[in-house]
Design a protein around this ligand. Structure first.
Ligand SMILES: [Zn+2]
Length: 257
């Protein structure tokens, strides 16, 4: 099981010289309903608090962490030395641009992916020294965003047999109820995502789908199998919506240290 470090980061092992993990909602400065480590910029939270929360994450992983503006697509953005400088500045940007995956071969530049039920995926080849993150919700899973991120690593010299992956906390297949036609359309592309809720209604297992996509490419992933919908230590968009409120965003992060 991942151990917690920093105030709220679940560490995963992606190999030597790679720092990687998933944040929980703990360890930040935001008040309810974002309490407390809200790393998102589309949540209604005060950007100054989000920047402080991001600065804490950067301190825990000992590197600046870049984030994209995620749009439920399959776009991959490659970051380099100029981005490390920009995100190391006293006033870093809020976004590196629109994308649902980031890749880099730059040491000391963290890549972050924001979620609150969707699946955060971390990738690294500790031999070729390339890393990536991907955001896979229902649309991203079907569009293959995780595979686009993996392809981007391979284009930068990674080998599938050396790539290590981690799939972080997300809403589980027993909780993620969807209309029947949505289950049908997503499972037509990714059969392993087909699921049923505890009450017998149609559902999707997004993490199961991502794990199957990676396995089909020969990549074995560690799964931090915690459900955001039912785990009070994690942000859940669905839980917040059901309660008539909003919530924050947690992150997956990977750094070539
Ligand atoms: Zn669940």
């Amino acid at each position: 099981m991942p151990e917690e470090f920093g105030a709220g980061l679940l560490r995963v092992d992606l190999g030597p010289g790679v720092v990687a993990g998933f944040t929980t909602r703990h360890g930040g400065v935001s008040p309810a309903p974002w309490s407390s480590l809200d790393l998102g910029t589309s949540t209604g939270d005060d950007p100054a608090r989000v920047q402080e929360n991001r600065a804490r994450l950067a301190a825990w992983v000992d590197a600046p962490v870049a984030f994209a503006t995620q749009v439920h697509g399959d776009g991959v953005l490659a970051l380099g030395p100029d981005d490390r400088d920009a995100w190391s500045a006293e006033h870093p940007p809020l976004s590196a641009g629109e994308a649902d995956a980031l890749v880099t071969d730059e040491d000391g530049l963290g890549l972050g992916v924001l979620v609150a039920d969707c699946v955060p995926v971390l990738l690294a080849d500790p031999v070729a020294r390339v890393a990536g993150v991907a955001h896979a919700g229902r649309a991203g899973l079907a569009a293959g965003v995780v595979l686009r991120a993996l392809d981007a690593l391979l284009e930068r010299g990674a080998r599938a047999e050396d790539v290590r992956a981690a799939v972080g906390p997300s809403v589980c297949g027993r909780c993620y109820e969807v209309p029947e036609d949505l289950r049908a359309s997503v499972s037509a592309v990714v059969p392993q995502a087909w699921a049923t809720t505890d009450t017998g209604t149609p559902a999707l297992d997004l993490a199961g789908g991502v794990l199957a996509q990676l396995a089909a490419r020969g990549v074995v992933a560690e799964h931090v199998d915690r459900c955001t919908r039912t785990d009070a230590d994690l942000f859940s968009h669905r839980r917040a919506t059901a309660e008539g409120t909003t919530t924050g965003r947690q992150a997956g992060v990977v750094v070539l240290a």
